[in-house]
Design a protein around this ligand. Structure first.
Ligand code: CTP
Length: 463
């Protein structure tokens, strides 16, 4: 049974072989210095999921994000243990990139498309610990510092740990009932103030609930609702005093949620918890907005299967589009969204009015009018306009994307030259008129295009 025996065998089975080897090396390095090393966080949770629910159900678990904690050192000088261990490991793995965050005594080793380790991110932290008064302090004292480290974390299912070093390597440390919550499929917060201290955890709770198909433990839900009702978001709201660290983390959470296949469930749960207020106090997932987000996603699935656009950003864009322009710009700027997105959000209404004016003033605008009206706009912004627009406009934009954008005449500028036309400003006009004639279905092949040229732009007769 998981947790009752030595978990190293299980790690060896489920981790990619090279990652397992890396953990073994890290454990040897830590042990040689008299330290303990623990695997913590998501990897332990995911190991349980793979083991108990099967690898098939959890194919997306790839163990590419590993968190380690070093503990058990005895002098103040060892406070940089995590960093020292990371440096030692880099000695063994020169292909790794090392990045050190001195303030928190943490280091990260990164591999990018490594032949063995693929893309792997290993965070190594130093347990925030009391200093032990004497060397080889008993395991209970040592355990108390890893316990503290785990207690700072978000949910019980993320506060499990496996010891990788002596004594008892492979031992599961479960101080807060994480295993029980995994069995009962509950996302339970570790302490009452958790969401007040770090509101991104509200988004994380939702993410784990929907991704794992777990329930939000009732008391945890109460804490979330309390945090939101107490206006926790006001403190860190992007529009008021953007705090870079929080903003970055919120953006990261939003992007994970809106990119994931489970985004619909996550968004409705966030709305149900009133958690969209964290983005803006007025933001609500009304029926109309919910319809727009789904419409946008359907369009993206059909019209951008290669994912040339950033679908998650557009989902966020349509949500922000429900706010007054000034507010949405403040949030988009605070979140450091790309400039084209910020500009698009700022000009949504202007775009909508201009398009409606061009297309709406004609009884039934022909294909070339639709094409010429829409071609100047950024593709991503047109998706937003379509999702927000009325039925007729949506049909026109759909027609534009699905058919008109694919039309191109057989004749090119080179052909015109070869036929005897002189390059110059008129060229552009000829090509535009030619394209319009193709769009309006007047021309079907090269011969017809040449005949059309002769009729509309006859070459001066040679004397
Ligand atoms: N953590 C936390 N509070 C946060 C973010 C992270 O307590 N706001 C802790 C959690 O214990 C988490 C660990 O830091 O397990 C690592 O964070 P992260 O890699 O973001 O999460 P994972 O649990 O590994 O989840 P995922 O599988 O989505 O990467």
């Amino acid at each position: 049974k998981f947790g009752q025996g030595n978990l190293l065998e299980l790690l060896k089975t489920h981790l990619p072989a090279a990652t397992w080897q890396l953990l073994t090396t890290a454990a040897c390095q830590a042990q040689a210095r008299g330290w303990h090393l623990y695997l913590v966080g998501g990897a332990v949770r995911d190991l349980w999921l793979r083991h108990s629910q099967g690898a098939k159900k959890h194919q997306n678990i790839t163990f590419q994000d590993i968190d380690l904690v070093v503990d058990g050192f005895h002098t103040k000088a060892d406070v940089g243990a995590g960093v020292e261990l990371a440096q030692a490991l880099q000695g063994d793995y020169p292909g790794a990139r090392l990045s050190v965050h001195g303030e928190f005594q943490t280091a990260a080793l990164l591999w990018h498309k490594d032949p063995q380790l693929d893309s792997l991110w290993v965070d190594i932290a130093t347990a925030r610990t009391e200093f032990y008064p004497y060397p080889a302090a008993n395991p209970e004292v040592e355990a108390s510092s890893i316990r503290q480290d785990l207690y700072r974390r978000d949910f019980t299912i993320n506060a499990l740990s496996i010891r990788l070093t002596n004594p008892s390597p492979g031992k599961l440390l479960d101080f807060f009932g994480g295993m029980n919550d995994l069995h009962n499929q509950q996302v339970r917060v570790l302490h009452a103030n958790s969401f007040i201290e770090d509101p991104t955890r509200i988004y994380r709770a939702v993410r784990f609930v929907v991704r794992l198909g777990f329930d939000l433990e009732p008391q945890t839900e109460t804490y979330i609702r309390y945090a939101i009702a107490s206006g926790v978001y006001e403190r860190w709201r992007l529009t008021e005093h953007p705090t870079p660290a929080l903003t970055t983390r919120l953006k990261a959470e939003l992007s994970i949620i809106l990119k994931a296949p489970y985004w619909k469930g996550a968004l409705t749960l966030l709305a149900d918890l009133d958690a969209l207020k964290c983005l803006h106090p007025e933001l609500k997932l009304t029926e109309q907005l919910w319809w727009q987000v789904r419409c946008l996603s359907r369009w993206l699935r059909w019209l951008d299967p290669e994912r040339q656009l950033e679908h998650w950003l557009l989902r966020l864009g349509i949500l922000l589009g429900a706010l007054p322009p000034q507010e949405r710009i403040k949030i988009a700027t605070g979140l450091q969204l790309p400039k084209t997105m910020i500009d698009g959000l700022a000009n949504l209404e202007t775009m909508e009015t201009a398009i409606a004016k061009s297309l709406g003033c004609q009884q039934c605008p022909g294909p070339s009018v639709i094409y010429q009206t829409l071609k100047g706009y950024d593709r991503a912004n047109l998706f937003l306009v379509a999702a927000r627009g009325h039925k007729v406009l949506r049909k026109q934009i759909w027609f534009y994307f699905s058919q008109l954008c694919q039309v191109s005449p057989f004749l090119t500028g080179h052909d015109l030259k070869a036929l005897g036309y002189k390059p110059g400003p008129q060229f552009k006009q000829i090509l535009t008129d030619l394209l319009n004639a193709c769009l309006d279905g007047q021309l079907g092949d090269r011969q017809q295009e040449e005949a059309w040229l002769n009729a509309h732009y006859p070459l001066p007769k040679k004397v």
